[in-house]
Design a protein around this ligand. Sequence first.
Ligand code: PMP
Length: 355
Amino acid sequence: MSQYWSRLVHSLTPYVPGEQPKVDNLIKLNTNENPYPPSPQVLQAIAEQNNEKLRLYPDPNSDLLKQAIANYHGLNSTQVFVGNGSDEVLAHAFQALLKQDAPLLFPDITYSFYPVYCGLYGIEYNNVPLNAEFAIEVEDYQQKCGGIIFPNPNAPTGRLLPLSAIKQLLEMHPNRVVLVDEAYIDFGGESAICLVNEYPNLLVSQTLSKSRSLAGMRVGFAVGQAHLIDALERVKNSFNSYPIDRLALYGATASFADEEYFQDACQKIINTRETLTAAMTDMGFKVIPSAANFVFATHPQKSAEELALALRERKIIVRYFNKPRIDQYLRITIGTDAENQALINALKTLTANTT
Ligand code: PMP
């Protein structure tokens, strides 16, 4: 290939998603999916979109879903933006709101899609180091910036930032957008959505991939005051007018109607997380306090890579990261109780006689 062609987009470093294995005899604890199926109401709503309806384009504004999300959170539907997974919502937010005349700030250990979007849209950024316990130090964000983004709870650490600290960030930079990425908020965290009407610079994104068991459907959303949502709509309508397909639109809407199922699934995951945290602590692991559907843990004697490979031989897949500061940590998604027990048994064998 000539140099001309190979140069085209070679400056981009794309995001590398976690492994999606092609076999299904594995205990899959590597990409933070929900181990329980979505609500039966979701499946029914999808089935109702029969052949006759699939022939037609979906509503480009996803009004039904926006209204369901607005009702759920006590907002107006003009305060809701919907996208093809929260990754796409974030992509539009980076382009519409976070490209400013100063660097964007985010933690040094965080969701690795953020620097990718910065590369894609030519946004300068500064990594702000987390403290020794992987917590965000709010005072470190007191610097000239084009905006702030962080997941809450953070990924891959699972640590939660309290609303009081989020308020401090919002007040520190009243003319910059603070984007709180709440992909994992439903597993015991307190959402910043309650602050949206008070702070014109707050945007909160969430996903249906984790707590609502719909990773395969690709639906995410953001809420904020109408001026922020309008900015996102302008970018979206300059890109793809139909981000949510018909099945996703009706399926996602139905998910918000089954509150009991949702609460029950979240509580089961929280309980299993606490069981896993206690068991791993007993085995000598340091487990970072998690408010997410995963735990982040390190063992004083066993390397993370070694443990991950040994678990894989036992058909359990977990995540480890080849990155400074966290290369000795495993990130383990919370599975069903049976999967959790299999994991605990395997880890007990692998760490026996080390403490
Ligand atoms: N934010 C964070 C912090 C995540 O970990 C993920 C999942 N990889 C996402 C956003 C994107 O989730 P989705 O596109 O499935 O909504």
